[in-house]
Design a protein around this ligand. Structure first.
Ligand SMILES: *Cc1c(COP(=O)(O)O)cnc(C)c1O
Length: 635
């Protein structure tokens, strides 16, 4: 059998599992995008997009957005609920909202509102700035605008301004102290708002966002507080405003049983409130619908053990059962899924620009007279290494290296000798690694050797800007080379970025045998530019990035599918990333002033005869052009 047949790139990078049908690997070993989730529809080769960007002089790293994927996810969520509402003869409607905090980019929000208009899909805001945006951008009068987060008087006034504009603004009470403020502002504006009550459920979430629920949750009302809030509203004849019951138990809920628990508890509270005469109409299940980042379909923090269809059926059937039992009408269902809507549609493309090895094999380690005994000993250990004694030699080599550092600190070893010992040490480790590949049993001590020997591929990007969750909470994001996928990769490596921060690295990867692997296999350099993609970055990653080292926002292109086009796509829009002067300005620098200062110094050097006038002009132009350039490396 041809060796190539054994290499299955899809199995190794798990593409067909994490991509939910939006990405695949073609027969030529290229990563492709299937915006319609199906091979019958136009398929885009990612390398073609990169080539077109290169010809348009768009520098990398860059974000590529596939707006068709965004539209597809909006449709999928809404259709799924519509379908099962019909199948279950459920009497309420589905009326979801997109929480813009997940990706506030205007183009993303506009696309979602447009794709969601047949379903009256609305928006959710959690701050004043977000509220200002949704007031202007949710122009569907039949949809909801849901307002969460802590609110001051201006927040509430803006909400009521929306009500006066004829929009279905729902103010969700997160905290008892907001009730009095809502009563006061609605009197001031002489308009009755729609009010939601956020409940603090006892059902506990799990995973990285577990603290969104339970006793110590930041938001939400206990049952006692809900009853107190209702009483206050009743006292002002405003109980008829209470229309929505809300909870949000956390993001990326990996286990569907956690949802079921929450729905059951929430449905009981909802029903009993209805029976108290509160005219509730909406049951808002918040966000939390998870993404299978590692493709394992499990309860791993970076995965989920359910599909969107299962999510929708569980919500609908549980609600129906409990409402029937309690004898109340089926409520309209609201979901605030954000991650699910946006994660797939964008990716970050970065070029690998160098490799960093923990060792170098080039130093001359040949014997010289008068060498220290540690050098002799480790050289001897290398000589006698076999498949039988590798564990012993591993221990010895580590011992000699330890001795080496101690002797060096005492001034007994010369630089040359230390260099030899280190070089031989790493050579022994590489040889043992080769032996381990033939062994059935690997001793525990030696199990991390692979990762110890792994290279670091230096990539032109910033983890802090483009993969915040990988850095902050160890979230797995799929990393896949864009081409050469029919060629088995040989380099086990982790990715490091160009920030001056040792935390600036990605060392959580998918591995189909061992989830949370610290390294991934990539290809050796062959002289061609080598691009890797970081996928599922459309939720939170796109907008949470920070300016560490003043690497700013990335260049961005918006790609649309076009069956009439030769390459099946066109780039609709290019959004320039930050230039050096953009990021400097945010830190209060004045680029014009800086340029003038530098020019002054150069002029002085010219006047003093230290540099030629012609050279001075060139240096000055160079400084100014760098101010206007992209912050990332020019490669
Ligand atoms: C963050 C948030 C969401 C979105 O959660 P996802 O897990 O991204 O779906 C929804 N509702 C509220 C109140 C939130 O705070």
């Amino acid at each position: 059998m041809d060796n190539k047949c054994l290499w299955d790139p899809d199995r190794y990078y798990n593409v067909s599992r994490w991509s939910d049908g939006y990405f695949a690997i073609n027969n030529n070993g290229s990563l492709t995008v299937l915006p319609g989730k199906s091979t019958d529809k136009p398929t885009i080769i990612l390398q073609d997009v990169i080539d077109e960007m290169t010809s348009q002089k768009i520098e990398f790293p860059a974000v590529i957005r596939f707006h068709d994927v965004l539209r597809s996810q909006v449709k999928l969520l809404n259709k799924s609920f519509e379908q099962f509402i019909e199948d279950f003869d459920y009497e309420g409607r589905f009326t979801g909202v997109f929480p813009i905090k997940v990706n506030q980019m205007r183009e993303v929000v506009e696309e979602i509102v447009d794709a969601g208009s047949p379903y009256n899909y609305g928006l959710e805001a959690g701050s004043k700035a977000e509220l200002l945006a949704v007031l202007a951008y949710n122009d569907n009068r039949n949809s909801l605008t849901i307002l969460n987060g802590y609110k001051d008087y201006d927040y509430l006034r803006l909400a009521l301004l929306g009500t006066k504009m004829g929009k279905n603004m729902v103010i969700v009470i997160e905290n008892v102290s907001e009730v009095a403020a809502i009563i006061e502002t609605s009197k001031e504006f002489q308009v009755k708002p729609l009010i939601g009550l956020r409940s603090k459920l006892s059902a506990k979430s799990r995973g990285k966002w577990a603290s969104s629920s339970g006793d110590r949750a930041k938001f939400g009302l206990t049952v006692a507080e809900i009853l107190a809030a209702i009483k206050m509203l009743k006292d002002h004849k405003m109980e008829d405003c209470i229309k929505l019951f809300h909870f949000h138990i956390g993001s990326q809920i990996s286990d569907v049983r956690v949802f079921k628990d929450a729905i059951n508890e929430g449905a009981r509270i909802y029903s009993k409130l209805c029976k108290l005469g509160i005219p509730l109409e909406y049951f808002d299940v918040g966000g939390g619908l998870a993404i299978d980042y590692d493709g394992s379909s499990s309860t791993n923090d970076s995965s989920r053990n359910y599909s969107v269809n299962e999510y929708a059926t569980d919500i609908i059937s549980s609600l129906k059962d409990i409402c029937d039992e309690e004898g109340v009408d089926d409520p309209n269902i609201v979901s605030e899924s954000g991650r699910f809507i946006t994660a797939h549609h964008s990716c970050v493309i970065t070029r690998v620009i160098d490799e960093i090895k923990p060792y170098s094999n080039t130093f001359d380690t040949r014997k010289q007279s008068g060498e220290h005994s540690i050098v002799r000993n480790i050289r001897e250990a290398e000589k006698i290494l076999t498949e039988k004694n590798f564990q012993e030699i591993y221990n010895d080599a580590n011992g000699y290296r330890e001795d080496c550092y101690n002797a060096f600190k005492l001034g007994i070893l010369e630089l040359e000798e230390r260099a030899k010992i280190e070089t031989i040490f790493w050579r022994i480790m590489q040889k043992i690694d080769v032996i381990l590949k033939t062994q059935e049993f690997i001793p525990e001590d030696l199990q991390g050797l692979d990762d110890l020997l792994a290279k670091q591929y230096l990539c032109n990007f910033s983890v802090f800007q483009s993969a915040a969750d990988s850095w902050a909470i160890g979230q797995v994001l799929p990393v896949v080379p864009i081409s050469r996928l029919n060629e088995e990769p040989t380099e086990l490596c982790s990715l490091v970025d160009i920030t001056c921060d040792s935390d600036g690295k990605i060392c959580h990867f998918i591995d189909y045998e061992d989830i949370n692997s610290k390294s991934v296999k990539l290809h050796t350099f062959n002289g061609e530019p080598y691009y890797v993609g970081l996928f599922l970055t459309g939720a939170y990653q796109d907008v949470m990035g920070d300016m560490h080292n003043l690497f700013g926002r990335l260049n961005e292109v918006h790609v649309f599918t076009d069956a009439d086009d030769e390459s099946n796509f066109y780039i609709e829009e290019v959004i320039k990333g930050n230039s050096a002067e953009n990021v400097l300005s945010t830190m209060q620098y004045n680029p014009d002033y800086m340029a003038a200062k530098v020019k002054n110094s150069i002029d002085k050097q010219i006047k003093d005869g230290k540099i030629a006038a012609r050279e001075g002009v060139k240096l000055n132009d160079f400084y100014e052009s760098c101010l206007k350039s992209y912050t990332y490396l020019k490669v």
